[in-house]
Design a binder for this molecule. Structure first.
Ligand code: AVJ
Ligand code: FE
Length: 396
């Protein structure tokens, strides 16, 4: 918040209510800016069967805010109880979001505004509680701006200037190894008890790891093209059974965006199946998420989190600082020992044990408030709409 504090006149720090409202407003500006260049048809079209119409995202953002802040936190009736099912991600899965009677773009924007006005009013009167649910709602809207960017990328509708020119990943500062060696040992995995974290990041617990090496950079477009042109999609021995079956059924080769990209950029739009095959072709493997998190915290300690002085400070956190892509890990998504669902089972728990793979780090489209060293993202192993690439690991 802009203030003109002087030695004699100190502005009061923002109250918790003011901070929350500023966070909500910032998220909203970003959401609206993202769709401001689109017309009615572009907002209501189903651009891909695995994505929502963009107007659905808008209504869903409002419904989520109304449910958690208006209803659950402040005790108001839902503003639009008739819309609760339409905008519930489980009642109305992505595949049917084009067929249902959702609000049109103008009505969705009005609904967002009405919910927000009511929330601003009750938060000012009732306070923000411990702040956790407010933080969850702010991050929810920011997370949806990445989901919406995936839809926009599939439709060829990203706003001008996106994605931003990427950080060259292939140029290592001279005198540095390509691999970070991590000795065997134990470390504390997950988020501590203080502050906001998602349920799936807790509780913090001790993990033992053998010695391993992990690449300092994600795999580049140039390496990916060498893999593709060198028979990467034909060599059965590099693929898992499940990955091979998927590749054969859908006639998969490298994503068209990869060939078009800057050769030194991190390869993006890679599925887990392809990432796994690429790793095997290079006598390597994907890191487990425990290895990723340990390496990320080691990296932060060694380099003040910036990975060295020559690199632009643009990506979300620590180890991912140098990347513009989420990074697939070998791990399937599940609860840590002692997991407790909070504040609702549908955020994480319903995805446990179902073949979802964990991604770590963050992409160019991830807001820094959303990602962190213990943040866990997840998707199915065949998905390529996410801004995801690969960082190699191997036993040391
Ligand atoms: C954490 C990105 C996997 O998109 O399913 C959005 C985030 N949860 N609304 C998702 C989320 C509810 C979630 N991911
Ligand atoms: Fe959502």
């Amino acid at each position: 918040m802009a203030s003109t504090a002087t030695a004699t006149h100190q502005a009061a720090p923002p109250s918790p209510e003011e901070s929350v409202l500023a966070g909500l407003e910032d998220a909203r500006e970003r959401t609206l800016a993202l769709v401001s260049h689109l017309d009615e048809d572009q907002l209501t079209a189903v651009h891909s069967p695995i994505m929502s119409p963009l107007a659905w995202d808008l209504g869903h953002i409002a419904a989520y805010e109304d449910l958690w802040l208006g209803h659950r936190l402040a005790g108001l009736e839902l503003l639009r109880p008739d819309l609760a099912d339409v905008y519930d991600a489980f009642e109305t899965p992505r595949a049917v979001r084009g067929d249902i009677e959702a609000l049109g773009p103008a009505d969705a924007r009005a609904y967002m505004r009405e919910v927000r006005d009511r929330v601003a009013e009750v938060l000012t009167r009732h306070g923000v509680g411990d702040g956790d649910v407010c933080e969850m709602v702010i991050r929810h809207e920011l997370q949806h701006s990445e989901t919406m960017r995936q839809t926009l990328a599939l439709a060829g509708l990203l706003p001008a200037g996106e994605p931003p020119a990427v950080v060259a990943a292939s140029e290592l500062p001279s005198g540095r190894d390509e691999w970070l060696e991590i000795p065997a040992g134990s470390f504390a995995m997950g988020a501590g008890a203080e502050g906001f974290a998602y349920d799936n990041e807790r509780p913090r617990h001790t993990r033992e790891l053998g010695a391993f090496a992990i690449a300092r950079r994600p795999v580049t477009v140039a390496s990916w093209m060498r893999f593709a042109e060198g028979g990467g999609y034909e060599r059965r021995e590099w693929w898992s059974d499940e990955g091979w079956a998927w590749k054969e059924e859908y006639d998969i080769t490298h994503h068209p965006a990869i060939a078009a990209d800057d050769p030194s950029a991190p390869a993006c739009h890679v599925s887990w199946f392809e990432a796994d095959a690429f790793a095997r072709a290079h006598a390597a493997r994907l890191p487990s998420e425990a290895e990723w998190e340990r390496a990320a915290s080691t990296w932060e300690q060694q380099t003040d989190g910036r990975g060295g002085s020559a690199e632009p400070d643009r990506a979300p956190v620590g180890f991912a600082q140098v990347g513009a892509v989420w990074e697939w890990t070998a791990s399937t998504f599940g609860g840590y020992p002692g997991f407790v669902a909070h504040p609702y089972r549908e955020y994480s728990e319903v995805f446990f044990g179902k073949n979802y793979r964990v991604l770590r780090g963050g992409s160019w489209a991830t807001h820094e408030r959303v990602a962190g060293a213990s943040f866990r993202n997840w998707d199915l192993p065949q998905r390529r709409q996410i801004f995801a690439g690969v960082r190699l690991a191997r036993d040391a």
